[in-house]
Design a protein around this ligand. Structure first.
Ligand code: MN
Length: 244
């Protein structure tokens, strides 16, 4: 994979029911191990996450090989970063400890070979989906999270699956444009942070968007979601970016 490179992935939606995607990931992790600068996971790595303590138990124990592989990657000297998505916002410090990853805040600017870049999951940019933004506020409330995590595992899984079904049903009733990012929110985020490039996932619409903002060329890179037959990757090095 070449050294002096940084890789970004997101939206794998790892699910014990879709083991092919887990295998694609394990192949990828074996390749980056020891050979790249950093790997950023920008959210929705898991289809759902009901607490780090569940990792020992079925069905979440299906992800033990993923955890072991992430640990090998971080032990090999690759910096491993994890940002929460709207599905796996409950990934916590225990997960970070067993994988050797660093949990990132919901958005931050990182320097990528001299280019300051805003990285974020992307759901906060979907401001046209007012209903979702309200739910998001609830899910990110520490009190709500604490109460959710205090329930027995079976109940947490039951609730996570119910929320997933509800979210899927809600999405079906919404226009495509509502589920995409809001251009004003994108521009505001770039202005607020003063950078000319952002990388995000969430919308499952992989693309590199070049446009002008306040007279300067800027770039919005969108990672794709993973399918049984192929992953989606962004490679960044001194020469530029490649969305694969
Ligand atoms: Mn998402």
């Amino acid at each position: 994979m070449g050294s002096m490179t940084t890789w970004f992935i997101s939206d794998l939606h790892l699910d014990a029911a879709r083991p092919a995607i887990t295998h694609l990931l394990l192949d990828f992790l074996a390749q980056v191990q020891g050979s790249v600068d950093a790997l950023y996971i920008l959210g929705d790595f898991f289809e759902y996450w009901v607490g780090d303590d569940a990792l020992e138990l079925a069905p979440m124990s299906a992800f033990q090989p993923v955890v072991a592989s992430l640990k090998q990657v971080s032990d090999s000297g690759v910096k491993l970063y994890f940002q929460h998505g709207n599905r796996d916002f409950l990934v916590g410090e225990q997960f970070a400890a067993v994988t050797g990853c660093e949990l990132l805040p919901e958005q931050l600017v990182v320097d990528l070979y001299g280019t300051p870049t805003l990285v974020l999951h992307g759901d906060t940019l979907c401001t046209d989906d007012v209903e979702y933004q309200q739910v998001r506020k609830l899910f990110r409330n520490p009190q709500w999270q604490q109460q959710f995590l205090s329930q027995p595992l079976a109940e947490r899984i039951h609730q996570a699956q119910a929320m997933r079904a509800k979210s899927r049903a809600a999405m079906q009733g919404k226009a495509e444009t509502i589920l995409d990012v809001n251009q004003q929110a994108v521009e505001q985020a770039l202005r607020d942070t003063g950078v000319g490039r952002m990388i995000h996932g969430h919308t499952h619409r992989p693309a590199i968007h070049d446009f002008m903002l306040d007279g300067k060329p800027v770039q919005r890179i969108v990672l794709g979601d993973w399918h049984e037959t192929r992953g989606s990757f962004l490679r960044v090095d001194v020469g530029g970016v490649a969305l694969l």
